[in-house]
Design a protein around this ligand. Structure first.
Ligand code: ZN
Length: 249
């Protein structure tokens, strides 16, 4: 009888300890991918004209809520903002893509800013100088988000290509659409790649824009901001999903 009573007591104490240990414990479903930039394919592969989709965007957003890229057939510019995947076509129109849309090249990360600055009246050159001064190349990738009001943005998008695919520099030279937006609010989303990464991803800052109302945007060539919040998230790790290529004949 005594043994039974003590066993019940012991079970109660164990249950209590377990409950206390469980209190306040939060499960981060994305813990495995924090601090990691996941990239679909390599930049040289994209430059060569390998535009066949490799991964559905429904799978891409498992690896991050912040990013950029393009779509199967080089069909426009991709922006991933707060986990939603947008396409901006050469007519400057942004729209949400369906989950089964595939990408031949994209970069995403779970964005958790570790540095935040508020800035006023800054053009792209001043931005680059400030970033180089505050964050000299230390070999790590940085995800960047700039939210605010932009006096001017010089952007581009590319039209869907058909096979045989041209190389990316030829598409840009012959088919890209360039345009300028003025006095618009929105978000620049992208990454800074260190020299140590070589050519596997676009070097330096690579930014795409999406307006606050998610109606327009594009790949960024140049910008002048009036007032904005700059957020940086350092990612020490790069994970590359190598593309599946057609067998050589
Ligand atoms: Zn781009």
């Amino acid at each position: 009888m005594n043994i039974l009573r003590w066993s019940v007591k012991a079970l109660f104490v164990l249950a209590l300890v377990g409950a206390v240990a469980g209190c306040g414990r939060t499960v981060d479903p994305h813990a495995a991918w924090r601090g990691v930039v996941t990239q679909v394919s390599t930049y040289p592969s994209l430059l060569e004209g390998r535009y066949d989709g490799q991964l559905a965007v429904s799978n891409l957003v498992v690896f991050g809520d912040h990013g950029l890229g393009t779509f199967d057939g080089l069909d426009g510019e991709m922006v991933v903002r707060d986990g939603v995947v947008y396409r901006i076509t050469p007519d400057q129109v942004a729209s949400v893509v369906s989950p089964d849309t595939t990408t031949p090249f994209a970069q995403v990360t779970w964005f958790t800013p570790d540095e935040v600055y508020n800035v006023m009246a800054m053009d792209q050159n001043q931005f680059l100088k400030t970033m180089n001064w505050k964050h000299p190349d230390d070999g790590r990738i940085r995800a960047i988000r700039i939210t605010g009001h932009f006096k001017e943005l010089h952007l581009r998008s590319v039209p869907r290509q058909s096979k045989p695919y041209l190389s990316l520099d030829k598409v840009v030279l012959e088919h890209e659409a360039q345009y300028t937006l003025t006095n618009v609010t929105g978000t620049l989303i992208g990454f800074y790649a260190p020299a140590a990464a070589g050519t596997i991803l676009p070097r330096g800052f690579h930014l795409h824009f999406l307006s606050t109302d998610a109606t327009t945007g594009g790949h960024v060539y140049d910008f002048t901001l009036s007032a904005a919040r700059i957020e940086l998230s350092t990612a020490p790790e790069l994970r590359v999903l190598l593309p599946t290529l057609p067998a050589e004949k």
